[in-house]
Design a protein around this ligand. Sequence first.
Ligand code: ADP
Length: 324
Amino acid sequence: PPKAMKKPKLEAKKSDEKPTNPDRIDDKWRPPTTITEPGSAAETYSMGRKLGKGGFAVCFEGRAKKTSEVFALKVVKAKVEQKKMMEKFRTELQIHAKMHHPNIVEFLRAFTIEDHTYVVLELCPNGSLTEMVKTRSCLSLPEVRRFMVQICGGVKYMHKRSVIHRDLKMGNIFLDSRMNIKIGDFGLAAVMADEQDRRTTLCGTPNYIAPEILSKSGNRGHDNKVDTWAVGVICYAMLMGTPPFQSKTQQEIYTKLRSLEYEWKIDSKNYIPPQAKDFVAACLNLNSAERPDMDQLVEYDFFKMGAIADELDILCLRSSPNWL
Ligand code: ADP
């Protein structure tokens, strides 16, 4: 009978639904048309189009009334139920606020109004490398060299200040109006313990220190090499159109990367010079200590053997540059 059939169907649908995360901003949420920052030097922003959404945040364009300058306003819930998330967000702001480099998204300020915290960021109107590479299939060598030099420059700056990004990927690397790289999303960034900190902890009570603690802190100095690995993955993905260890499941990806299982598929239309392969192979070294740092990376032959695009038109977002 139809009535009896209906019930299990409804139940099945209910259990398929993902529980909504209370800390995440609702997709339908829109900010007020204008936002006025608290304080004496307050700026008012008229809110514009939605730029995108992330795990917890939504980003909108915001035009500052006084200067007419347009920014990206990242909005997150002011009161987050998960304590860990709150701490992470605080670390993100603290680290990001200290970064000032032409290839890092500039953080201007953050303020809270009622239920939401607004983070004012430099606007990157040309999206991320993910979209560009998806549209173009793969990028030309002069473009890849330009982007890689700029990425290495930004990462070198962070590492000099003991900051490890830890989440470098094409989706977190944005393009400004002049097609310059802007590294963003410091959500997973961390500050490395400095030499002195380490020494004091180790000197505490040496007789009681477990070997794994010793080896862990011994590795700590190389922690920033996780960013070198990511730089290699990004370079491969720009050249080939897909990341090197791409697979259907996470498990397969891990298996492949542990055994460095990736290949350069030969294609008559997409020539990859050996110098580019050397560069990627150096980054994708399973031994982190052997991976080059950012200073060493920019010295690779890949950057000396051919042109580096010094200006790029935004038309390159859609099609190969016409000098090719
Ligand atoms: P989450 O930290 O929640 O992952 P993101 O920082 O990734 O949020 O931001 C969400 C989205 O907003 C991004 O994927 C991107 O589309 C857009 N976005 C973030 N920062 C900027 C920016 N500075 N300029 C332009 N768009 C941005």
